[in-house]
Design a protein around this ligand. Structure first.
Ligand SMILES: [Zn+2]
Length: 286
């Protein structure tokens, strides 16, 4: 991606200097079922569902010294702000065509732990979107995981992560997230998982819609970027992650979709450039 001279979003909230202080017992992110199911990215959330609705509550405190970032982290922060700005352009233009005003989400950078309106999260859970405060949370160390553990390096792979989480924000704005949540409460775990997959694949498709606009309207993409994005989408497919973590694939426990599905829906959005093609909920075949 060529981000030189691009607008940077003013919606980035840098909380990397904050340190956790334990204050007692409260709700952890792992206990908030709907959030885990809908918003966790790149990690099979099932192991978290059984754990702790009671976890130590963590209060974040501003540390006296500002966060010292490396040159690489500064670059990542810039990339993040440029990509977020570009998603603002894209969805700010698209959603009004559907009668929905685009409310720009905040993006919180954190390191280690973070407190969201949905509970306390740690970086190991991966980037997520909290519908209650309409914020995307990212510990930039995930980008390193993405490159090393998941074999998806590159700036566009990182951009795809942001665009996917912003996709969840769009789902929240148009009311899909709430509808799905309501249905899931009355479903068997397997059916609820199947619905989560549709939700996640739609966020992938929305990420593709963004990539289309970034490329077409603003020439943000360079050669090789699309491949990086497709590679990232398939690298974090449930089947690949399950194989890595449990040594076998359990389709019933899929909540994000297989590698092939994720890459395919991303490409669908990318080629069409409109969310009209992203109706994963009525698609007979995912
Ligand atoms: Zn997601």
């Amino acid at each position: 991606m060529d981000i030189r001279g691009r607008r940077k979003s003013s919606n980035v909230e840098d909380r990397r200097g904050m340190r956790p202080v334990r204050t007692g017992v409260g709700l952890s992110l792992g206990g908030v079922l709907f959030l885990v199911v809908l918003s966790l990215f790149g990690i099979n959330p099932l192991p978290f569902l059984g754990v702790a609705t009671k976890a130590p509550e963590v209060q974040m405190q501003e540390s006296a010294e500002p966060y010292q970032e490396t040159a690489q982290e500064a670059q990542l922060r810039e990339l993040t702000a440029v990509v977020l700005a570009d998603t603002e352009e894209t969805w700010g233009a698209i959603l009004p065509q559907y009668g929905v005003q685009y409310v720009e989400p905040k993006l919180v950078l954190f390191s280690g732990f973070v407190q969201s309106a949905c509970g306390t999260a740690e970086s190991a859970m991966g980037p997520f979107y909290c519908p209650l405060d309409q914020k995307v949370y990212i510990d930039m160390s995930f980008y390193e995981d993405l490159a090393q553990r998941f074999g998806a390096p590159g700036d566009f792979a990182q951009a795809y992560v942001i665009a996917h989480e912003v996709g969840h924000h769009v789902q929240n704005l148009v009311g899909t997230a709430e509808k799905v949540r309501g249905l899931q409460e009355r479903m068997s775990p397997a059916d609820a998982n199947a619905l989560s997959v549709r939700m996640e694949l739609q966020a992938d498709c929305f990420a593709g819609v963004w990539a289309n606009h970034a490329a077409r309207s603003r020439q943000l993409l360079e050669a090789g970027d699309i491949e990086e994005g497709l590679n990232a989408a398939s690298a974090i497919g449930d089947d690949r992650i399950q194989k890595q973590t449990q040594g076998r694939v359990v389709p019933d426990a899929f909540t994000h979709g297989s590698s092939e599905q994720r890459a395919r829906w991303f490409r669908k959005g990318l080629e069409a450039g409109t969310p009209d093609v992203c109706d994963t909920f009525s698609a007979k075949q995912l």
